[in-house]
Design a protein around this ligand. Structure first.
Ligand SMILES: C[S@@+](CC[C@H](N)C(=O)[O-])C[C@H]1O[C@@H](n2cnc3c(N)ncnc32)[C@H](O)[C@@H]1O
Length: 283
């Protein structure tokens, strides 16, 4: 990709070949904002210089930030340090033919989920009812509503900022009435308002997928699909997909339902021997 090549070139000019190898792959561009995932304790000065060079050389980038914490808290957000350009953290991000307004400091957003957003949209059959339990700014929900033909997508998030952006993104992408934003705790909403209605459930949050599995099952209309995103460690020789699949199969047995794993893959490596995995189950 031309932009990746240019980024690598800029990093090599500013930081030197050796440091550039460490840093350039950590730059992500979200709309007109570049974000550098800063290695622990990495000095800020060279990153500021890199930020200035990115602004000067990559035309549409207006603002550069680096991460100052890992993703944390119930809303799965991070702290950031401003490096260069406009001190603005809100942007419009384009992905899979849709537009998303987001504030990187207020809502979770990751271009690295782009493949999964498109993959899930391809699985949705016309007329399906879908529940997205951890919707963020609405990316999975809106992309499937634009590219597939679900009857309705209930799109839940507990973060009021994510809910506000999701509402705006529903309007921006003209999927009002198809994607229904809901603010609140996904377990409570599934149990109290969405019992027995869904053909497909999305659970894109590693911290709660396992815990909220019973409520996901409650929201299903008999059989259907549950897509689980979770993290695991795996030692050399161990298969992260197998580790998580057997953990979830045990969980389904505890709940008392029959589930079959129909698809799985490692979505990305998130640390030394730590992986994000997606598991698609058919019940
Ligand atoms: C990893 S992000 C979702 C990313 C989003 N699906 C995407 O593709 O961009 C997880 C989301 O779950 C939300 N969340 C956390 N706890 C929740 C809960 N109990 N009920 C509903 N949403 C919750 C967070 O606010 C966050 O927006």
């Amino acid at each position: 990709m031309a932009r990746r090549k240019l980024l690598r070139e800029i990093a090599a000019e500013v930081l030197g070949e050796r440091e550039a190898r460490r840093i350039w792959g950590r730059v992500e561009i979200i709309g007109d904002i570049a974000v550098i995932r800063r290695p622990f304790n990495y000095p800020l000065e060279p990153l500021r210089k890199l930020g200035e060079a990115v602004i000067a050389r990559i035309k549409h980038v207006r603002s550069v930030w680096c991460t100052a914490s890992s993703v944390s808290g119930p809303y799965r957000t991070r702290k950031y340090i401003h490096l260069a350009g406009e001190k603005r953290s809100e942007t419009t991000y384009r992905e899979n033919g849709c537009m998303f307004k987001v504030d990187i400091r207020r809502v979770y957003v990751s271009p690295r989920l782009g493949y999964e957003h498109a993959r899930i949209a391809r699985l949705v059959r016309p007329g399906e009812v879908v529940v997205n339990m951890f919707a963020g700014a609405g990316l999975f929900s809106i992309i499937m509503a634009r590219h597939a033909d679900p009857r309705i997508v209930y799109s839940i998030d507990i973060n009021p900022d994510a809910y506000r952006y999701m509402e705006e993104n529903i309007r921006l992408n003209r999927v009002e009435g198809k994607v229904i934003p809901i603010l609140g705790d996904a377990a409570r909403i599934a149990e109290e308002r969405l019992k027995g209605i869904a053909d497909r459930i999305l659970m894109p949050l590693q911290e709660l997928s396992y815990k909220y599995l019973p409520q996901a099952v409650i929201a299903l209309r008999g059989g259907g699909y549950i897509h689980v995103y979770d993290f695991t460690r795996a030692r050399p020789g161990e298969n992260p997909v197998e580790i998580l699949a057997s953990r979830y199969m045990r969980r389904f047995r505890e709940i008392g339902v029959n589930a079959r794993l129909v698809y799985s893959r490692v979505v990305r490596t998130v640390g030394p021997r730590r992986y994000q995995v997606v598991l698609d189950f058919k019940l």
